[in-house]
Design a protein around this ligand. Structure first.
Ligand code: FPP
Length: 247
């Protein structure tokens, strides 16, 4: 099944999206439906992370950004946060070799300063150990909030103006984008949100300006590489015009 979808994607002249971003949603509902505590949904969601990372490598996506923990998520119950932190550390350990073997280079965007030392260490370790991976840039958005990313970029530009290093009139879109966490990567071509919600939830507000949005009712722990391939096929069917008219 997945090899048939892969064949269809490869044969399509629209090409594979370079950058895919994902809002992984529905872990809590998945657990509720099974009478399990919410954290079991997060645990099950790890398998889907593995699936989409491997699927992205298989299909030739170059950048995959996963929204793993938002700034708003700090307001969840302490025990749930603690569980998510332990999952992050587990992920950094248990997946490390696989990520290296698949040529995945890990990056983290977000307010990493808010994490305790063990989580920061786990993040540093996975970044260092995967450096140089050539097949996929895996960007984990953790303690991430797009509005504060934009505010921070504005502050940095304002400081350079105040210091006389930059003229205000020279600030253009490229100069602004260069101050965002995501400066190193192209904007997402496709953004997937699971669990049937139609919201952006403070994720990549600037970067999603021309991105194709795809939502699916599938809950994150049920999402697998075939679902990723279906989303890419749907993306290939769309006509991207970037505000222009196609002749
Ligand atoms: C949203 O579901 C999911 C999260 C807040 C956490 C996502 C984390 C993982 C999938 C595992 C860890 C991943 C990595 C990369 C280490 P929700 O709890 O908002 O679900 P609900 O809307 O059904 O309540």
């Amino acid at each position: 099944m997945s090899s048939e979808l892969l064949r269809q994607i490869r044969e399509n002249e629209s090409g594979v999206p370079t950058h895919v971003a994902v809002i992984m949603d529905g872990n809590g509902r998945w657990a509720n439906e099974r009478g399990l505590p919410r954290y079991e949904g997060h645990r099950a969601g790890m398998k889907s992370v593995r699936e989409v990372v491997e699927g992205a490598v298989e299909v030739g996506v170059e950048v995959l950004t996963l929204y793993a923990f938002s700034q708003e998520n700090w307001q969840r119950p302490r025990r749930e946060i603690a569980f998510l932190m332990s999952l992050l550390k587990t992920y950094a350990k248990s997946e490390l070799q696989d990520l290296v073997d698949h040529g995945v280079e890990v990056h983290v965007v977000g307010e990493v300063e808010r994490f305790a030392a063990p989580e920061r260490k786990a993040i540093e370790t996975i970044i260092d150990a995967t450096r140089g991976g050539e097949h996929l840039q895996l960007v984990l958005a953790i303690s991430y909030g797009s509005r504060s990313e934009i505010v921070e970029a504005t502050r940095r530009l304002a400081r350079r103006v105040a210091a006389g290093q930059l003229e205000a009139d020279r600030i253009d879109e490229a100069a602004f984008a260069a101050e965002l966490y995501t400066a190193a990567w192209p904007d997402p071509d496709l953004m997937i949100r699971t669990s049937g919600e139609y919201r952006i939830s403070n994720f990549l507000l600037w970067q999603l300006a021309y991105t194709e949005l795809y939502t699916t009712p599938v809950l994150w722990p049920d999402f697998n590489r075939e679902h990723l391939f279906e989303a890419i096929l749907e993306y290939q069917r769309r006509e991207r015009r970037f505000g222009r008219v196609n002749q």
